[in-house]
Design a protein around this ligand. Structure first.
Ligand code: NAG
Ligand code: NAG
Ligand code: NAG
Ligand code: NAG
Length: 961
């Protein structure tokens, strides 16, 4: 419950109680000069009266009974009420007030009175109402106040009182107390309601936000008129009160949150507690959140009063499923079960709870221990909840699709379904929820399809987050109508096309993250005009153009721009703008010459138009290396001991083995912090010197690129050397190119082209931009790993050098090569059969050209679907030679075959585009696999070429055909 709400309710209560007090009449007594003197003494204690309420007190000739805040008896002889609440008075409370012996009401609440409460006030035996709430009073509550045994309303809430609650308050004769509020102080000790004490008239007991300990006193069960019990935010313990609340049929508000209560039967049974509340026919709010309560929600919860409006059981350790009987509670507007250990599905009967406004079933980040794991799909029937204002279901295991009927929840203000496993499209009905005010978060799911343009109706929404899904298509320009939008995150999807200008012109837009998509064009010029934009991230797209210098770009870092091969400018870390010669114009004549057949007429147009379109500079974006990044990277290299690796992999158990290669075995494992790792244990038959191993590892660790696997750490002992790498959830490319029989999981053409682009960029970095030039030596599908977004990461680069001990230049020495080939099970250390460049067989040194050759083989392998190690090629020929023999006139069967494996979407236009791309990849493969190393393109050129193909495939319309 909101703090303001509490205060407001309490103020209303106060009015009620004051009326009770006033009805009890006044008394007629002789004039008292003492009262006059007492009031004047009281006034001297006041040091500031900004609202001049005491003006009348200070003027001569005004009778005391006419002073502001003073009320006398009818005979005007004695003061019976002093009410100076809410006047911003500053000062101390004078003990002289104790001489106002006829006083029944003393209210100094909502001022700035400081100091102690005078113990003398205990002599005001006629007092029925005492309120000092919301001041800055300190010290103990005087024991003498226990003498006020006609007191009905007693409120010292929201001060700075400390010490224990004096037992005399609750325990001196027959108490008439109805309202006790000591909340929001720093009171300590137990609640002093001893056995012989009884508060039979008590209706309100508010002790929230103190430091009270111990159990709820059993004697409280005698206060059977209790309506409101608020003990929130203390350190109370023991089992949840059962015998106590059983005797309180009038209970309306029960707040026990944020204490140390436990459930019955050793914190495992919540049934007695809920059962004891069944007879509270007026119960409106029940809050037991934040208590580490165990047990399941009993189905008897459905037998609670239908008057119940709010239930908060959040932040506990409640497990099991949500009982369907919850749906009986038809008057509930707030249901908070967040941050528990609940599982199962959301009961569809919940739709009967027509008044629900706020549904919190999410985990939230308060505690890592408590994560709900609700599964199943979102019930369609939620749509009946017309009053629903907030639906928070994030961080569960929800599956299925977003029910379009949610669009009927026309009062919805917040919708957060993020971090689930929801798939399908975003229904246009939901996108059209114009009521959404605060945010719409659908991030980290498996949503696909395009972004519905109906979003334009959300003209009040402040933030939209669709990041980390599989959304495709173009970003609808209609988003420019979400006029209040401050934050838009569409990152990590498959969006392509241009970024719509109207979105960049949104008047309040502060954050825009569209990174890791396939967006194209030049968006920078118009974004620099935005006056509000503070955060911009467009990295890893295909944006192009010159980086401007104004607006957001004054403060932008290369980190936000990297991975856009077409971007250039004077920003440090970005390539300067310059023209580059066109690859095609060099390669083509060479290829024609080599193959000796005129080809221009065969599939001439792609070549021609490409020559026209590829005017842009080919720039390879180097990885970031600003200081901050370096620092975080360094801290990402934890020290991991041999012992930890043994534990993580179950003692390098066979069941953890995920791969074997010429360099050793690879095991999967989980570190204690739940990091999933792959441990590559290097085969050290040939020995190796620890010092150089470490040195080489250090160099390799400094190699950082989006498409190169990051080395978490290296573990080195004389007899054991291992590299610890992050485990990639989608395994190696090998398993995707050649899926196990029965599994239909295969790549589509765009994914394949994207993967090839990634590989090319990673290797190009190794060749041309890494701190030292690294020759991979062993490019093949099993050395390409795929992360959860199907981004390809090249692994095993430079390992040749590591194993060897770093004394030479990689595997350059033919003698070494020979030696290694003996110790390896799969063939030569530098390269694998089928992928290895022909010159290596002639004793040539390992080279970047050799890697280009292997990459060419990869391309041809992907397109033809034939392993380069197939029997077919083993007699004198190889994959490249075979394809070359069919080039260019007999490629049709290969292309047709490829189209079957990578079927284009229905339309003929796409068939043509796919065909183009397939032919282009074959050509590139042939260029890379030319016999003469010097005739092969560089990896930079290859990466550029692949990037271009990817762009063409994902957004053909942007290119002139
Ligand atoms: C009352 O009047 C005196 C003298 O006029 C002044 O000094 C004092 O501050 C006044 N007190 C209050 C509470 O207004
Ligand atoms: C109450 O009034 C009497 C008589 O005027 C006086 O002596 C005494 O000090 C007063 N009490 C307080 C606490 O000011
Ligand atoms: C209890 O109240 C009586 C007056 O009713 C008083 O004389 C006595 O001191 C009080 N006891 C305590 C402990 O406050
Ligand atoms: C729901 O609450 C309202 C008051 O808020 C009450 O009048 C009504 O009777 C309740 N409905 C049921 C079924 O108890």
């Amino acid at each position: 419950m909101a703090f303001e709400e509490i205060l407001m309710r309490k103020r209303m209560l106060y009015v009620v109680i004051v009326c009770i007090v006033l009805v009890c009449g006044e008394e007629n007594v002789q004039y008292s000069n003492d009262d006059h003197t007492a009031l004047l003494s009281f006034m001297t204690g006041i040091v500031s009266d900004p609202e001049h309420v005491l003006e009348s007190w200070n003027s001569t000739g005004v009778h005391m009974c006419a002073w502001k805040g003073v009320m006398c008896n009818t005979a005007r002889t004695h003061v019976v009420q002093l009410d100076l609440s809410g006047n911003s008075l500053q000062g101390t409370i004078s003990p002289a007030l104790s001489n106002l012996s006829y006083l029944t009401v003393l209210d100094l609440s909502d001022n700035f009175f400081s100091g102690h409460i005078p113990k003398e006030l205990g002599s005001l035996f006629r007092l029925k109402q005492l309120s000092f709430s919301s001041n800055v009073l300190e010290g103990d509550i005087p024991t003498d106040l226990g003498q006020l045994n006609r007191l009905v309303y007693f409120n010292l809430g929201s001060n700075r009182l400390e010490g224990q609650i004096p037992p005399s308050l609750f325990c001196n004769g027959t108490s008439s107390l109805q309202y006790v509020d000591l909340s929001n102080n720093s009171l300590t000790g137990k609640i002093p309601l001893w056995d012989q004490c009884e508060l039979l008239e008590l209706r309100f007991l508010l002790l929230w936000s103190n430091k009270l300990v111990g159990q709820i006193p059993p004697t409280l069960s005698k206060s059977s008129k209790l309506e409101w019990l608020d003990l929130e935010s203390n350190s109370l313990n023991g089992e949840l009160p059962v015998e106590i609340v059983k005797n309180m049929p009038r209970l309306q508000f029960l707040y026990l949150s944020d204490n140390n209560f436990i459930a019955h039967s050793g914190n495992s049974n919540l049934t007695p507690f809920f059962a004891s509340l069944v007879n509270c026919s007026n119960l409106q709010e029940l809050e037991v959140a934040g208590n580490s309560l165990g047990g399941e929600i009993p189905s008897i919860i459905g037998d609670l009063s239908t008057s119940l409006v709010q239930i908060n059981l959040g932040e506990n350790h409640i497990y099991g499923s949500i009982p369907p009987s919850i749906a009986n509670l038809v008057n509930v507007t707030l249901l908070n079960f967040s941050s528990n250990l609940l599982n199962g599905s959301i009961p569809s009967g919940i739709s009967r709870m027509r008044k629900l406004e706020r549904v919190y079933l999410s985990n939230n980040s308060f505690s890592d221990l408590s994560k709900n794991r609700l599964s199943g799909s979102i019930p369609d029937s939620l749509s009946n909840l017309f009053q629903l204002r907030r639906l928070l279901l994030f961080d569960n295991h929800l599956t299925g699709t977003i029910p379009p009927s949610l669009g009927q929840c026309i009062n919805l203000e917040i919708l957060d379904l993020s971090h689930n496993r929801i798939s399908g499209m975003i229904p246009s009905e939901v996108a059209g929820l114009s009521s959404l005010k605060l945010y719409l978060n659908l991030s980290n799911n498996f949503l696909e399809g395009s972004i519905p343009f109906e979003l334009s109706k959300m003209d009040m929404i402040l933030a939209i987050d669709f990041s980390s899904n599989n959304l495709s298509g173009a970003i609808p320009a209609q988003l420019g109508s979400c006029i209040a939008l401050e934050s838009l995150n569409l990152s990590r999807n498959l969006l392509h096309g241009h970024f719509p200008v109207p979105i960049g012109k949104l008047p309040y837009l502060q954050e825009l993250d569209i990174s890791s998509n396939q967006l194209t064009g030049d968006i920078l010029q118009f974004l620099q005009v935005s006056a509000t934009l503070k955060n911009l991230k467009i990295s890893f797209n295909n944006f192009s153009g010159t980086i401007p210098k104004d607006g957001i770009f004054k403060s932008i870092t290369v980190y936000s721009l990297q991975g856009n091969p077409g971007l250039c400018g004077s920003l440090s870390g970005m390539p300067p703008c310059k023209k580059k010669k066109i690859l095609r114009s060099i390669i083509m004549p060479v290829l024609i010459m080599l193959i000796g057949t005129p080809i221009v007429c065969c599939f001439g147009y792609p070549l021609v138009f490409r020559a026209r379109t590829r005017q842009k500079s080919a720039i390879f974006v180097e990885d970031v290396s600003d200081d901050e990044e370096q620092a975080t990277t360094r801290s990402k290299y934890p020290r991991i001991s041999y012992q930890q690796l043994v534990e993580a992999t179950g003692g390098f158990n066979n069941s953890s083995l995920i791969g074997s290669g010429s360099f050793g075995h690879v095991y999967k494992g989980v570190l204690q912090d739940n990091t999933r790792i792959a441990v590559k244990v290097l085969n050290l038959k040939m020995g190796g010197e620890t010092g150089s191993f470490k040195r080489e590892c250090q160099v390799l660790r400094r190699i950082r690129h989006r498409n190169l696997i990051r080395i978490i750490t290296a573990c080195s002992r004389p007899d054991f050397k291992a590299l610890v790498l992050p485990l990639m959830s989608n395994g190696s490319l090998e398993s995707h190119i050649y899926p196990a029989t029965g599994s239909s999981q295969s790549l589509n053409l765009l994914q394949l082209v994207s993967i090839c682009t990634d590989i090319a960029e990673g290797v190009a970095y190794l060749h041309h931009h890494a701190p030292m030039q690294v020759v991979h030596c062993d490019l093949k599908p099993s050395n390409i790993l795929l992360d959860k977004d199907m981004t390809a990461l090249v692994t095993d680069f430079g390992i040749a050098k590591l194993v060897k001990g770093g004394d030479g230049q990689g595997c350059e020495d033919p003698a070494d090569l020979h030696l290694f080939s003996i110790s390896s099970t799969e063939g030569l250390l530098c390269g694998s059969i089928g992928y290895i460049a022909p010159e290596y067989g002639l004793g040539r040194h390992a080279s970047t050209e050799g890697d280009v050759y292997s990459f060419g083989v990869l391309l041809l392998e992907f397109i033809t679907g034939k392993r380069p190690t197939d029997i077919l090629f083993q007699e004198g020929s190889n994959l490249a030679e075979w394809v070359k023999s069919l080039y260019p006139n007999k490629l049709e069967p290969i292309a047709q075959q490829a189209l079957l494996r990578f079927p284009p979407p229905g339309t003929p236009v796409y068939t043509k585009i796919f065909q183009d791309v397939i032919y282009e990849m074959i050509e590139l493969g042939l260029m890379c696999t030319q016999r003469s190393p010097s005739m092969r393109p560089s990896m930079l050129d290859v990466a550029h070429e692949m990037g271009w193909l990817k762009q063409y495939l994902s957004n053909p319309s942007t290119l002139p055909i």
